[in-house]
Design a protein around this ligand. Structure first.
Ligand SMILES: [Fe+2]
Ligand SMILES: [Fe+2]
Length: 174
């Protein structure tokens, strides 16, 4: 676990307060992102960015919902970097890592902008969780897998969790 991961997790939970559903969503995305990063052998810098960005990726939602009645998807991206700066700006984290985290959370639904393994893994982890929380049908899951998934680990997770016909206890082939 990267140096400030636990601190940032606690800051995220404090910020979201009694919004347990959102905290749970974030914890799920974080766990998948962290695990995919490790299984894809990301270097320390990428792994750190993946952990911090996954914890903060939806930090703009609370404010976006307060201010706007529509366009939440767009606004929660726009608001996220500023809120994240308030939360982690004073932590002793390399500036390049901070800037990359702000960029990722400010663009995490803008799939055309994916420009690195950190961005890719954040998107895959969020989608894996959203497929369940937003009740995607099998067709939609297969289509998203084909269009947006690149990592072997992310694809294997989708296959195991959603696309395998019969349930079984076989472990994943990684
Ligand atoms: Fe989001
Ligand atoms: Fe999310």
């Amino acid at each position: 676990m990267a140096t400030h991961t636990n601190t940032i997790l606690n800051l995220m939970i404090d910020y979201n307060g009694n919004d347990v559903r959102r905290i749970n969503h974030t914890l799920k995305v974080f766990a998948f992102a962290q695990s995919i990063g490790r299984d894809e052998s990301c270097d320390d810098r990428a792994q750190t960015i993946i952990e911090y960005a996954s914890i903060l990726h939806d930090i703009g939602l609370r404010k976006a919902e307060e201010i706007y009645s529509s366009g939440i998807l767009k606004y929660h991206e726009e608001l996220a970097p500023e809120i994240a700066k308030e939360l982690i700006g004073d932590l002793e984290i390399d500036n390049g890592i901070k800037e990359r985290v702000y960029f990722l959370i400010g663009n995490h639904h803008s799939y055309k902008k994916i420009d690195g393994i950190d961005f890719q893994i954040l998107v895959e982890a969020d989608l894996i969780v959203n497929m369940y929380e937003d009740d995607y049908n099998l067709e939609a899951i297969a289509s998203v897998r084909q269009k947006l998934f690149k990592t072997k680990t992310g694809k294997a997770l989708i296959d195991t969790m959603y696309l395998k016909k019969e349930t079984n206890n076989e472990s994943r082939q990684l």
